[in-house]
Ligand binder design. Structure first.
Ligand code: SF4
Length: 272
């Protein structure tokens, strides 16, 4: 809520957030680089393969969020792995935007009515690095066949002949919940504005660790619709606040690599 004035208290963060990686049961870490909309390139795959071989990564795992997880990186190797990958952090460890899962959509699929690949990558680039009360997942589908499973995402976006339908509050975790239909939208610009407003309203009213599935139940779907859909001023102000917050974020891996004192402190610490 105060993106330009708050000061992060690193020592209050869990180990995964301090280290920018997920600790595993044997004390090694996993590294997940960002793959926008679940799309990668031969060049990035080659870097991932080279780094995995060089640093003796135990398993390269395809995740449920359509990216690659390098499992079994030693703590002292983390900065070198980030440096040599030279890819953005995928925030697989954070209360933040995780993945934007996509289907192939109208660029390739004969059923596709909307460009889910393009929209998914655009959304992931726009909102990456943003803090949320809990982890946050999005899916974008090119048609109602819903191959990227919008119904279990915090925001699910489904293309149709006339535009997009937005779903919110889905969850596939411990307490599964099918997302609620939130609204139908005609243009890409409106879609981004509504997504921004939903995310910022959740950021401002959600409790720490409260997933959107619980937030929607607590706030009430109609209340969220009233704030965001029935009041254009509210919606635009929420979208403006998230845009401001986005001007304050930096890549955590690059931040550690560029700050020798943080790097030394982190990689010399013993508490986990
Ligand atoms: S959701 Fe529709 S557009 Fe996307 S891959 Fe499935 S059938 Fe094709």
């Amino acid at each position: 809520m105060n993106p330009d004035t708050h000061q992060d208290e690193k020592e209050s963060r869990f180990v995964n957030e301090r280290m920018g990686a997920n600790i595993q049961k044997d004390g090694t870490y996993t590294v997940i680089p960002r793959m926008y909309g679940g799309v990668t390139t031969p060049e990035d795959l080659k870097k991932i393969a080279d780094v995995s071989l060089k640093y003796d990564v135990k398993v390269v795992k395809v995740t449920g969020g359509q990216r690659l997880d390098l499992i079994g990186v030693k703590k002292e190797d983390l900065p070198k792995v980030w440096e040599e990958l030279d890819m953005p952090s995928g925030y697989g460890y954070a209360k933040s935007l995780r993945t934007v899962k996509t289907c192939v959509g109208s660029q390739f699929c004969r059923f596709g009515t909307q460009d889910s690949l393009g929209m998914g990558a655009l959304i992931e680039r726009k909102y990456e690095r943003l803090d949320f009360p809990a982890k946050f997942k999005i899916a974008v589908n090119g048609c109602p066949r819903n191959c990227a499973e919008s119904c279990t995402k915090d925001i699910g976006i489904v293309g149709n002949d006339g535009g997009w339908e937005v779903f919110i509050g889905g969850n596939g975790g411990i307490k599964p919940r099918i997302a609620d239909s939130f609204c139908k939208i005609k243009t890409d610009e409106e879609l981004i504005e509504v997504c921004s407003a939903v995310m910022q309203y959740y950021r401002e009213t959600g409790n720490y660790l409260e997933r959107t599935s619980e937030w929607v139940e607590r706030m009430g779907l109609q209340q969220i619709q009233m704030v965001i859909l029935n009041n254009e001023d509210n919606r635009k102000e929420l979208a403006a606040r998230i845009d401001f917050a986005l001007t304050q974020v930096t890549d955590p891996w690059k931040k550690i690599l560029n700050d020798s004192s943080t790097r030394t402190a982190l990689f010399e610490e013993t508490r986990v």
